[in-house]
Ligand binder design. Structure first.
Ligand code: ZN
Length: 94
């Protein structure tokens, strides 16, 4: 099986990425069980675009954690969901 750089098993489809973006929200909220968390982390390991987005969302999450006394987490979470929806559309329609 050597010599083939293009390995279909390692390819990530835009649809999969869109799915994982949703999972990333749950990952950030610690709402995933161990299996799902492992799957998302494995995807992040192999998918740089998703990793970049995860970093972005994690940064947002940290900002929320620091200032949660001043802002409504539910409201910000809704904004993150909207942003992720936009990212998902971008991935689906490059
Ligand atoms: Zn991805």
């Amino acid at each position: 099986m050597n010599g083939h750089r293009h390995d279909a098993a390692d390819e990530v489809t835009p649809a999969e990425c869109a799915d994982f973006l949703e999972q990333i929200v749950y990952l950030i909220d610690n709402e995933l069980d161990d299996d799902d968390r492992a799957a998302v982390r494995k995807h992040l390991d192999t998918c740089n675009p998703c990793l970049a987005k995860y970093d972005l969302q994690r940064t947002v999450k940290e900002v929320v954690a620091r200032s949660c006394s001043e802002s409504a987490p539910g409201d910000l979470r809704a904004k993150i969901m909207v942003r992720l929806e936009q990212v998902r559309v971008e991935i689906a329609n490059p």
